[in-house]
Design a protein around this ligand. Structure first.
Ligand code: M6R
Length: 568
């Protein structure tokens, strides 16, 4: 995903931009660039490859009043220096960085070309700088306001003009932008991690909002140039949280952080006095919670898999019909909002477009949608009708790990609340709480056996296909396992319900295709063992994740990894 950072102030502008872009590297990119405004012109440097290559190409003596930078993930036009952002207009007076996609850029481009404008890149974004230059009459805010209605699509945008050095105008529609407020300095970014080391005071723009900023202050306004007063939020992340802290990768660090992040997700939210939970952010009276007739959850990717487990828990333990759906499908299917349904939008980032747009459509149809987000102040968190934060800390790795287990923690608590209001006895509520509180120590025990997992990885890493199989609530766990393997190792993997392999996927099983079974000691254990035998009969290598002491599973599987026995 592309990233934006901008700065007005007395620091060395290029350093602030390069450092901000470095912080955004985790989002993935193929090229990057910066533009720095002095009192007369822009100095623009763009490079394919890593930020360190960009940094090496930036002149050391460069002076500036303000600047904008960008990491690009190519969508329109190949990966090269020219297509990298920032993009100037033909006169070199306007420069922009843009996240998002301008859907009508071809029509705009041919009109501009017929007027004699010369384009240098193949990007959709370049039309924006040409249009702003065309509409500029001495006031950058006005020019941007005139251009935005011409653009169809999404944008997070930052713009500078040579006639107004030291000023940046930003605009947002469907792609996040946040301002950072410093002492006689201002920042703008697509993600707070880019500015966290300089300030903790942030203003989050909503869709349709613009900002004009200089080192001495900022003004937020709408497309009709009406000023909007926005709340200043405190960023509650610490700079150490976005450092690797001795780990070789953010993903590994975040896997280890689960012991603490799960604790944070339930701390203050469980009560031994009531044998229930409390999620204040839901802002719902017990009577309202009691009248819920069904729960519907929307999400994407890993958050969707967590939601499948959540729906399973709510239905099974609280006995309330619950479903999870992909937000990308809900968004386009004209969803029916049934009375007394409670909706959740689950999103680590709180910015996933499909989930956000599906949530808005549900809200338009009268749904109450609660957010389960990690990033404080994110769009879903702000626009939902109440919700819960995960408090996992930043998930820099992009591959979701700790957010997944914290999402589950929140839904275990929500399930407990609903179940206790209905049929769950006080003692059973206490047992449930103890079980949940024991999870961090179980994770600690699992992490202490990382060497076992490493030798399993060494044994199997050359295989090109892997099946992940589980049943019940471990079916979505299998889906998530397969997603993680694909995403991180580029090994093809599929997740299935173990019961489904006989309905087709069994054709894939041979000596070259390992199957990883999740085998908890629950009501479905014997059925899963039968499914393992189906694989064994076809000589498929068998890896099992089983509960400590399960010798039967250990005998069938080629390799077994034991996890601690959960409390019942
Ligand atoms: O921020 P979100 O939870 O809304 O993101 C949704 C997915 O893009 C995300 O969960 C993705 O599947 C994971 N990062 C993959 O590891």
């Amino acid at each position: 995903m592309c990233g934006i950072v901008g700065y007005c102030g007395p620091r060395v502008v290029s350093q602030v931009l390069i450092e901000g872009l470095r912080r955004l590297e985790y989002r993935g990119y193929d090229s990057a660039g910066i533009s720095i405004a002095d009192s007369q012109q822009f100095t623009t440097v763009k490079k394919t490859g890593k930020i360190k290559e960009l940094s090496a190409a930036v002149p050391e003596d460069i002076q500036g009043l303000s600047g904008i930078g960008h990491t690009r993930w190519a969508t329109h036009g190949e990966v090269n220096d020219t297509n990298a952002h920032p993009h100037l207009d033909g006169s070199g007076k306007v420069v922009i960085v843009h996240n998002g996609i301008i859907e009508n850029y071809e029509a705009l481009k041919s009109k501009l070309k017929s007027q004699g404008k010369v384009f240098v890149s193949e990007t959709d974004s370049e039309v924006i700088s040409h249009l702003i230059a065309q509409y500029y009459e001495g006031d950058l805010e006005h020019a941007v306001i005139k251009v935005l209605p011409l653009l169809k699509g999404t944008y997070g945008l930052a713009v500078m003009h040579t006639s107004e050095p030291g000023k940046i105008v930003g605009a947002r529609n469907g792609s996040p932008l946040v301002l950072g407020i410093g002492d006689h300095e201002m920042f703008i970014a697509s993600d707070v991690t880019a500015i966290l080391q300089y300030t903790k005071e942030a203003v989050y723009l909503n869709d349709g909002e613009l900002v004009a900023m200089t080192k001495d202050g900022y003004k937020t306004f709408d497309i009709n140039n009406n000023e909007i007063s926005k709340q200043i939020e405190q960023i509650n992340w610490e700079i150490e949280q976005i450092e690797k802290d001795g780990f070789p990768h953010f993903m590994e660090k975040e896997i280890y952080e689960q012991v603490a992040s799960i604790k944070r997700a339930f701390t203050g939210r469980l009560s031994l006095d009531t044998a229930s939970g409390h999620l204040g952010g839901l802002d719902m009276l017990p009577q309202e919670l009691h009248s819920i007739e069904r729960v519907k959850i929307i999400a994407a990717g890993t958050s969707y898999y967590a939601s499948l487990i959540a729906a399973y828990l709510i239905e099974r333990i609280a006995r309330i019909p619950a479903t999870a759906e992909l937000s990308s499908e809900v968004r386009y299917k004209n969803p029916i909002v049934e009375r007394n349904s409670l909706y959740f939008a689950v999103s680590q980032s709180g910015e996933t477009a499909d989930t956000l747009y599906a949530m808005r459509e549900l809200q338009r149809k009268g749904a109450k949608v609660l957010g389960v987000c990690n990033v404080v102040g994110s769009t879903i968190a702000r626009e939902s009708n109440g919700g819960v934060y995960l408090h996992s800390g930043p998930e820099i790795a992009v591959a979701s790990t700790k957010a997944f287990t914290s999402q589950l923690t929140i839904f275990y608590i929500f399930t407990l609340i609903l179940a206790r209001m209905r049929h769950m006895a006080f003692e059973d509520g206490l047992e449930f709480i103890k079980g949940l509180q024991s999870v961090p120590s179980h994770i600690e025990q699992i992490l202490s056996k990382t060497d076992e997992l490493q030798s399993l990885a060494r044994k199997y890493y050359k295989h090109t296909n892997v099946l992940f199989l589980g049943r019940g609530l471990n079916y979505p766990v299998a889906l998530e396992g397969a997603l993680k393997l694909k995403e991180i190792s580029y090994i093809h993997a599929e997740g299935y319900s173990a019961a489904e392999i006989k309905h087709g996927p069994i054709a894939l099983i041979n000596e070259e295709t390992p199957s990883l079974f999740i085998v908890p000691d629950d009501a479905l254990r014997d059925k899963v063992i039968s499914n393992m035998k189906e694989v064994k009969a076809r000589k498929g290598p068998l890896i099992a994740f089983a509960v400590e002491g399960d010798t039967e599973v250990a005998e069938i599987a080629d390799d077994v990894f034991f996890v601690p026995r959960p409390m019942n």
